[in-house]
Design a binder for this molecule. Structure first.
Ligand code: ADP
Length: 434
């Protein structure tokens, strides 16, 4: 058992040390000399203990301190106890760290801990296979010096990590990665790269399958439609047979519309590489949409177009036309009577398209799901108006290729407003002097 520190014991020891020197001083009548001798001996003894302690701290390898005696014993023991405590804490921390590393190594994704400027502080094994980062060789190197793809460098420099980045692996061109950067702690960042090659392949297979099926259905449908038309012409008007042919013609037309829509959707979905050098004459596109809209509009509709005739943008004409036309057609189809206002103008430096109607409106719980394929608020109503349930899915994909999203505001019974804004970088700024 260690002797513990006690101030009382320390004082008593000091006093007891001087008792024999006081007595000797009194006996020989030399009290002052005797006390001086006692003090010198005490100082020398303390120096010896101090030198033993310093020697142990600096020169000895043993973890147990030398045996202290007297008032030095609690000090030697205290240091020993402190050392034990630190050792236990260090072991605990090392164990926790190695458990964390084992966990991070077991992750199915490449994981990197990055500093403020992207310097690599730690990475797991998978980072070597997916990103070509070698640990510990690349410790301290900046990530954008190792992953040099311009899209990654732009993504990193922008410092907006809300959306993940899809990138071809710098090590293997056949691998597609989804990169996420998560800021944490004191300006640190966790970079996670997930291999999404299989998901991408499946997505592509699904897209190809839908496109192929739609394409294959087109020819037999056209043949059927042709025969139905001929039969309709030969049937006596107002007979049961004429009605049945009429229904057949209507349904085959619906199927044709659906197939056409599916083809448009898969074409837009797979056209991810937009040539942003191309200028789209949006006022001309709006003119076309207005003409198409007037054909669809009924007498109870007032269709109004407010177009900025100078507002041209960079993008894909077919996709932008498709997105705007679908929104205008929907506004007309879901408005029994009232005003439909279409506007295309610059708002705070961004090109904005907006369609407001005075139609039936959409209950709030449906709004988030409107752009899903085949999602309809009222299937019967959609079918009656010739809807396929694919219009807004087409809009969503066309807009996402232009870095934009569809905004929907609606009040049941009052009407809806569908809008989107394009990034200011897509606005074609004309040189006024030219
Ligand atoms: P559909 O071909 O059925 O119109 P969409 O994808 O274009 O398919 O639209 C999905 C659903 O969103 C529609 O079925 C309809 O219920 C609702 N919707 C779309 N536009 C409007 C609108 N302007 N007013 C009311 N409801 C709308």
């Amino acid at each position: 058992m260690f002797e513990e520190y006690s101030r009382f014991r320390l004082i008593v020891r000091c006093l007891l040390w001087f008792v024999p020197f006081v007595l000797a001083g009194l006996v020989f009548g030399q009290l002052a000399w005797s006390l001086l001798a006692g003090s010198w001996i005490l100082i020398l003894w303390h120096y010896r203990q101090l030198s033993r302690l310093a020697n142990w701290l600096w020169n000895e390898r043993s973890i147990t301190p030398p045996n202290g005696s007297g008032s030095w014993e609690p000090i030697f023991n205290g240091i020993y106890r402190l050392q034990g405590k630190n050792r236990r804490r260090r072991t605990h921390l090392a164990r926790m760290l190695s458990r964390f590393r084992e966990g991070a190594e077991a992750l199915p994704d490449a994981t990197l801990v990055l500093g403020r400027e992207g310097e690599i502080q730690w990475s797991n094994k998978l980072a070597e296979h997916l990103l070509g980062v070698h640990w510990p060789k690349d410790a301290g190197n900046r990530i954008h010096n190792l992953v040099r793809h311009p899209r990654f460098v732009r993504y990193w420099n922008k410092r907006e990590f809300v959306e993940p980045l899809e990138l071809v692996s710098p090590v293997n061109e056949d691998r597609m990665l989804e990169i996420r950067v998560i800021p944490y702690g004191d300006k640190q960042r966790l970079l996670i790269a997930r291999d999404i090659t299989r998901i991408k392949q499946l997505e592509e297979m699904r897209r190809d399958f839908v496109a192929n099926v739609s394409h294959e259905l087109k020819t037999p449908l056209t043949v059927l439609q042709g025969y139905v038309e001929v039969m309709q012409m030969t049937a006596e008007p107002d007979t049961m047979l004429a009605k049945q042919y009429g229904a057949m013609e209507q349904q085959s037309q619906r199927m044709k519309n659906l197939v056409d829509r599916l083809l448009v959707l898969s074409r837009i979905e797979s056209a991810t590489d937009i040539d942003f050098e191309q200028q789209v004459d949006m006022p001309a596109v709006m003119e076309r949409i207005e003409k198409e809209g007037l054909e669809l509009a009924r007498e109870s509709h007032q269709l109004e177009f407010r177009i900025d005739t100078n507002l041209t943008v960079y993008g894909d004409e077919m996709q932008l036309h498709s997105a705007c036309a679908n929104l205008v057609q929907n506004a007309l189809r879901y408005t029994d009577s009232g005003k439909v206002t279409v506007s295309w103008a610059l708002e705070a430096g961004r090109p904005v398209f907006r369609v407001a109607d005075e139609g039936e409106g959409i209950p709030a719980e449906h709004i988030a799901r409107l752009t899903e394929r085949f999602y309809r608020v009222d299937s019967a109503r959609s079918r009656d108006t010739g809807g396929s349930g694919l219009g807004l899915a087409i809009v969503k994909h066309a807009l996402s290729h232009h870095n934009s999203v569809l905004q929907v505001e609606s009040t049941v019974g009052k009407g809806s407003c569908f809008s989107f804004e394009l990034p200011p970088t897509l606005h074609v700024v004309r040189n006024k002097l030219a």
